[in-house]
Design a binder for this molecule. Structure first.
Ligand code: AMP
Ligand code: ZN
Length: 457
């Protein structure tokens, strides 16, 4: 098999990926801050992480995928001044912080299901891990990395020689040019580990700690929870590119100070989806949701296909015209695959070429080009069908579940149907029957036609 090569932001180069424990991969992805819906920019990052996971699994690795939910402590200003985004969200929505976390957390998970992203093995919420975070801060205090100001306990970034290496931060330049409001911090790169509640205001989310009542800083949750679920040094940590200079830099600092490791062997970052030449951002309020696209007549799979058309390490400039091109391409791919009829033997040659691209730092645009070349080739239809169903394990487009006359079914049902098609291709009849029963529980029946399954109520 072609070796897997991935770009590691820490080393700033493509390296061969070898799991720390043979056959197993620990993967941690920074999750959403749940004070609002996710926008399609956020979702681009989660599609990238889903592709990463699928590629690792396609290579026969078992992936332990952990995603956190930030439901406390992410402040409106990166300088750790300003308000908790959750508290701001409660004023906008009228919900309590707890209700809001539940509501937007569920909306986020639903978006991921609609996009056919595989469910993580573990979802972990910051507010469910306060004890672990306090213990982590305590350890940093015991090791001499912290100091106290009027409003909290801070990490002293100058105590760590390697601070800022991930982002190649120019520390002295930053310190010299410090104009941002520094609060009581000693250095501009210091950050909050624990913030005290304002004595004049009752916070909705606060906890007693050895330093005073308050709440954890944003970065400590990821160091504490990844250690709990994946250990002190695991395979891959990912997030969007905005996490490089602050959030991931600070996660590494905390873990390095406490455990002596740089947390993950590979650091991977998805690049931004831009709108009108600017980063699409939750805080701007005028962002595009997945639901907005559906209201415009697109399917969630159209958006997934669109994400595959650019490499994850390039920014993408969103437009409805380019999404429309993806819709057309996906529709053709589905219809053509349907017309091919029953799958036969997989083409090893095309499969090999596909794998050589996905294993080359997830080069999905090139892999997709190979798929189209295969579709247009003079290979027998049965081989094309089998090969397309196989590579769709990585693309995740539910190609085999599509039928021209099928009724609209929720993404969950389409995913199960696709899984059943794959099971049938691989002659796993028992699994196929189980999947049929699972689909029946949703109230759908399958009719197997010569071209593919047809779904009805
Ligand atoms: P947040 O909910 O703001 O903490 O962000 C959730 C994830 O989306 C993080 O991994 C961010 O880095 C990522 N992200 C934020 N904005 C964008 C964007 N415009 N394009 C791609 N990823 C983004
Ligand atoms: Zn994180």
């Amino acid at each position: 098999m072609t070796p897997i090569r991935l770009f590691d932001t820490y080393e700033r180069k493509i390296r061969e990926f070898k799991p720390i424990s043979p056959g197993k991969v620990g993967l941690y992805a920074c999750g959403p801050t749940v004070y609002n819906y996710a926008h399609i920019g956020n979702l681009r990052t989660y599609v990238f992480e889903d592709i990463l996971r699928r590629v690792l699994e396609f290579n026969g690795l078992e992936v332990n995928h952990v995603v956190n939910i930030t439901d406390v402590g992410h402040l409106t200003s990166d300088a750790d001044t300003g308000e908790d985004k959750m508290e701001v969200g409660t004023r906008r929505t009228g919900m309590t912080a707890w209700e809001m976390a539940e509501f937007y957390g569920d909306a986020f998970k639903s978006d991921l299901r609609q996009l056919n992203a595989l469910e993580p093995a573990t979802w972990c919420k910051a507010t469910d891990h306060i004890e672990e975070q306090i213990a982590f801060v305590q350890d940093l205090e015991d090791k001499g990395y912290t100091y106290r100001t009027d409003d909290g306990i801070y990490f002293n970034s100058q105590k760590l020689n390697s601070y800022g290496y991930l982002a190649r931060l120019d520390i002295s330049g930053l310190q010299g040019g410090a104009r941002v409001e520094q609060g009581g911090r000693l250095h501009v790169t210091d950050f909050a580990l624990w913030k005290f509640s304002n004595p004049n205001e009752k916070r909705q989310m606060e906890w007693v700690s050895p330093w005073g009542t308050g709440f954890p800083g944003w970065h400590i949750e990821c160091s504490a929870m990844s250690a709990k679920y994946l250990g002190d040094f695991f395979d891959i940590h990912c997030g969007g590119e905005d996490h490089i200079p602050i959030h991931h830099t600070n996660e590494i600092a905390q873990t390095e100070a406490s455990k002596g490791t740089r947390l993950a062997n590979f650091w991977m970052h998805g690049y931004f989806l831009q709108l009108n030449n600017a980063k699409m951002a939750k805080s701007k309020g005028d962002f595009i949701r997945l639901e907005t696209l559906v209201e415009e007549g697109f399917s969630t799979h159209d958006y997934r296909y669109y994400c595959l058309t650019a490499h994850y390490r390039t920014q993408m400039s969103f437009s409805l015209e380019s999404l429309d091109a993806s819709r057309t391409a996906l529709a053709r791919m589905r219809q053509t695959a349907y017309d091919w009829g029953e799958p036969g033997e997989i083409s090893e040659e095309y499969l090999h070429r596909f794998v050589s691209y996905i294993n080359d730092d997830l080069n999905m645009p090139r892999a997709l080009a190979v798929v189209w070349e295969m579709i247009r080739s003079d290979l027998a239809d049965e081989a094309k069908k089998a090969t397309l169903l196989k590579v769709d394990e990585v693309m995740g487009l539910d190609i085999g579940a599509w039928h021209p006359d099928a009724i609209e079914a929720p993404a969950e049902v389409m995913n199960l149907l696709q899984e059943r098609e794959l099971a049938r291709t691989e002659k796993h009849w028992q699994r196929a029957d189980e999947l049929r029963d699972m689909i029946a529980e949703y109230g759908y029946v399958i009719e197997d036609t010569g071209n593919g399954p047809k779904l009805s109520r």
